[in-house]
Design a protein around this ligand. Structure first.
Ligand SMILES: [Zn+2]
Length: 88
């Protein structure tokens, strides 16, 4: 066992678990609030890429979660993103 290694899967990664699209770390619906904050931080200068990324997640999730209404999935995957980029 090696500890403190940054490579590979980290326990706090908050990655989605398919086909349920729940968070692998905290178990909330993905993207959970922690993941949302991380994504905003990661894509703060490139909000367009974030939309593309979330759009692809939404497309994959809608294949897995066929019983969920599309509008609620859109809300869950994309609706939380702030409309206007924060200006520093
Ligand atoms: Zn999480």
């Amino acid at each position: 066992m090696t500890g403190g290694d940054e490579s590979g899967t980290r326990p706090g990664e908050h990655s989605p678990v398919t086909p349920d699209w729940s968070c692998g770390t905290c178990g909330d619906d993905w993207p959970c609030s922690t993941k949302r904050n991380r994504l905003l931080d990661e894509y703060q200068v490139d909000r367009a890429s974030l939309s593309v990324y979330l759009g692809s997640c939404l497309a994959a999730a809608s294949q897995d979660l066929r019983t969920a209404p599309v509008s609620s999935l859109q809300d869950r995957f994309i609706g939380w993103v702030p409309r206007s980029p924060r200006t520093a």
